[in-house]
Design a protein around this ligand. Structure first.
Ligand code: PHE
Length: 345
């Protein structure tokens, strides 16, 4: 046994010293040590003469030796092959490199940023909040008590599938406005961009999640005229001077009076198309004067302060601006769609 160990050590030294630095030498190495009549085979043959009680130990030693030889061969082979390639291929080092493909911003991010920057010009601060919300911030505080029929307007995903549950995926970013009113004192002037969720069947016109930018302004003497001027300003900045605007009376539990705002259809310029359902007008947002009950829910004195609020869907604005006709395109991650927005600011 001792002899065998000594012999192997000697071979190892010999192998270490073997120069296998060219493909030919590497091949010579392979034949000499790993070939069918090579050293490793011969040495493995010695196993049969080893006494039974030493077989295990000897087996280990021989196996390690085999691995040692194979590793030397593999490294030699790899490095000589590489060496060979670089010697034969003639590179033109002055050629320009492959262009790096950089991603583009998602159209919804572009439009969200645009909306945000327009309102920032008017002094609105950006506020964000959680997507998993409690019932109070999403509904209760917004004047939608538990049995309020308006809850049906917003098909809600409850967390843990518990329809009586406290936790849900927010159905609008009014929940963020609730958090702002809870923690800040008037004057408050903020916009709340973010993703919201509703239990809708996915189609070209509806999705189970979408994006909103909601706004809130509370101060002394804030009037409906302020609301209108703010939204006029937004529309002109977003869509240009020629777009027409109209308000329609509407209903939201958290605002009174409430109004929806339409703009003249940009797709058909008022002549009638499928987007505007041949009316020439498309609805882009809901708005109104903050309901006194909502103010009082947060300890804001509704005899001293008034406010307006509005909320719009980013997908809808993007659809009008970039003529996207299917809501599903926004979340399919198809680069053919996404790369069309390269260079759009
Ligand atoms: N929260 C409403 C919605 O999601 C939008 C809205 C916001 C309406 C503020 C009026 C005032 O549909």
């Amino acid at each position: 046994m001792q002899d065998l160990i000594q012999q192997i050590e000697n071979y190892k030294a010999e192998i270490k010293a073997f120069d296998a630095s060219t493909p030919a030498l590497a091949e010579e190495f392979r034949i000499k040590y790993l070939g069918t009549k090579g050293l490793v085979k011969t040495i493995m043959g010695l196993m049969k003469d080893v006494p039974v009680e030493q077989k295990k130990e000897a087996g280990q030693i021989l196996n390690e030796f085999k691995i040692f030889v194979e590793e030397k061969y593999n490294t030699a082979k790899e490095s000589t092959e590489q060496g060979d390639n670089s010697a034969t291929i003639n590179y033109d080092w002055s050629l320009p490199g492959n262009p790096t493909v950089v991603g583009t911003r998602h159209p919804l991010s572009l439009v969200r940023n645009q909306i945000v920057s327009i309102f920032q010009k008017l002094g609105f601060a950006v506020e964000e909040g959680p997507e998993i919300e409690d019932d109070w911030h999403n509904f209760g505080a917004m004047n939608l008590p538990e049995d309020h029929p308006a809850r049906d307007m917003q098909d809600t995903f409850y967390v843990n599938n518990d329809s009586n549950g406290k936790w849900l995926l927010r159905t609008h970013t009014s929940s963020v406005q609730a958090r702002v009113m809870q923690h800040q004192k008037p004057p408050i002037r903020c916009i709340c961009p973010g993703r919201v969720y509703r239990n809708e069947t996915i189609s070209a016109r509806a999705h189970c999640f979408f994006h909103q930018v909601e706004g809130l302004y509370i101060d002394e003497n804030v009037s409906f005229a302020d609301l209108k001027q703010t939204l006029y300003f937004f529309v002109k900045e977003m869509f240009g001077e020629n777009v027409k605007v109209r308000f329609r009376p509407s209903y939201f539990p958290f605002t009174e009076p409430s109004a929806e705002m339409d703009i003249s259809c940009l797709i058909c310029e008022g002549n009638g198309c499928t987007v505007c359902k041949h009316t020439g007008w498309v609805e882009i947002l809901g708005s109104g004067m903050v309901h006194p009950k909502v103010l009082e829910n947060f300890g804001i004195d509704s005899t001293k302060y008034t406010g307006f609020a509005f909320g719009m869907g980013v997908e809808r604005i993007t659809q009008l601006k970039y003529r996207v006709n299917d809501l599903r395109l926004y979340s399919q991650n198809d680069v053919r769609f996404l790369k069309q927005f390269t260079g759009v600011v």
